[in-house]
Design a protein around this ligand. Structure first.
Ligand code: DP6
Length: 322
């Protein structure tokens, strides 16, 4: 009973930061993201009656840190009476450093675990299960532009625009590769409990979602740029005003923002977004990707650049069944 799945991380343009229900991992508001093509995580799940416990190898190293969360994910997908599992996860980008690795890891793990156990769930069900493991993972079950809506007691995820209809590029400027000090789950609870801006942030999400949805529908880059940058800076303002403050940026993060501003002033179609980490993601029209890449590469403190188009949904690549 073994299966392998691949999932791409996704980058939120309208962010998820805050939970309505921690136990069920329900987000306090919706979010809109783009799934990437060139970054990926491959997860293999093998269920074995001879094992006495679960194990997790992340990029070849025993990963005690994430094992409990992975076991919880397998319990949710397969059920607590399941066989123990040998899980291996390989990503081609730094993990736990604000590059949305939990999204690709748990999206791939959900798809692989369901297949290994012989469960044929539809995409919506897989998205809900992945979202219980990590909110952003639900969005990696879909390709391209994806909206996660939060209605009543459940989430629903849908595609807003396919990859070919608006083939934007994303240039990722990596400014640090060490894992972040405070993980997103813990940090967003601190924000909810302590940030004076939290309620206002959640209250304004519906408006930002509507603006972004309309911009995507019209392929209106300027309008999407304005709302995405504003939404990102609002989320970081919520984080900065939390107690203790959560400042994920470093000096190079800010320099990258200045680089993006200069590119915009020079007429390039590009905007930035930043998640719970110091990396800057510059989203641009395809014709501008070379200039964006060059300018960010030359920005002091940038250690590595990755470029990606928009990519596919999480999918099964190998299923050796029972
Ligand atoms: C800043 O999905 O990692 O990337 O549900 O607690 O696992 P959990 O949180 P997670 O949070 C992602 C936060 C973000 C914004 C986003 O991706 O929408």
């Amino acid at each position: 009973m073994q299966a392998t799945a691949i999932a791409q991380p996704n980058i939120a343009l309208i962010k998820y930061w805050g939970k309505r229900d921690v136990d069920r991992n329900l987000p306090a508001a919706g979010s809109i993201s783009i799934t990437l093509s060139d970054l990926y995580t491959e997860v293999d799940v093998e269920l074995d009656a001879d094992l006495t416990g679960d194990s997790l190898l992340t990029n070849g190293i025993a990963d005690q840190h994430r094992l409990a969360r992975m076991s919880d994910c397998l319990d949710m997908v397969i059920g607590e009476q399941r066989l123990h599992a040998r899980v291996t996860s390989i990503s081609n980008f730094p993990i736990a450093a604000g590059l949305a690795s939990s999204a690709s890891v748990f999206a791939a793990a959900t798809v692989a675990a369901a297949a290994a156990a012989g469960l044929s769930y539809n995409t919506q069900k897989l998205a809900r299960l992945a979202g219980q493991a990590s909110g952003s993972a639900a969005r990696s079950l879909f390709a391209g532009f994806t909206e996660l809506s939060n209605v009543a007691d459940t989430i629903s995820v849908k595609s807003l625009c396919d990859v070919l209809s608006w083939p934007l590029q994303v240039v990722v400027a990596i400014t640090a590769t060490t894992p972040k000090a405070t993980g997103s789950s813990e940090a967003m609870e601190i924000s909810r409990a302590t940030s004076p801006f939290y309620d206002k942030w959640i209250e304004q999400q519906a408006q930002d979602l509507a603006t972004a949805r309309a911009a995507i529908e019209r392929r209106d880059f300027a309008s999407l740029a304005t709302v995405a940058e504003h939404n990102c800076l609002k989320m970081h303002s919520v984080m900065w005003a939390s107690r203790p403050p959560m400042v994920y940026w470093n000096a190079a993060t800010l320099r990258c923002l200045q680089t993006v501003r200069k590119l915009q002033e020079a007429g390039h179609d590009v905007f930035f977004t930043i998640d719970a980490g110091p990396q800057v993601k510059a989203v641009c029209m395809p014709d501008h990707a070379d200039a964006v890449r060059e300018a960010l590469s030359a920005t002091p403190g940038v250690q590595e650049i990755m470029t990606s188009g928009l990519g596919p949904a999480a999918r099964l690549v190998k299923n050796r069944g029972e």
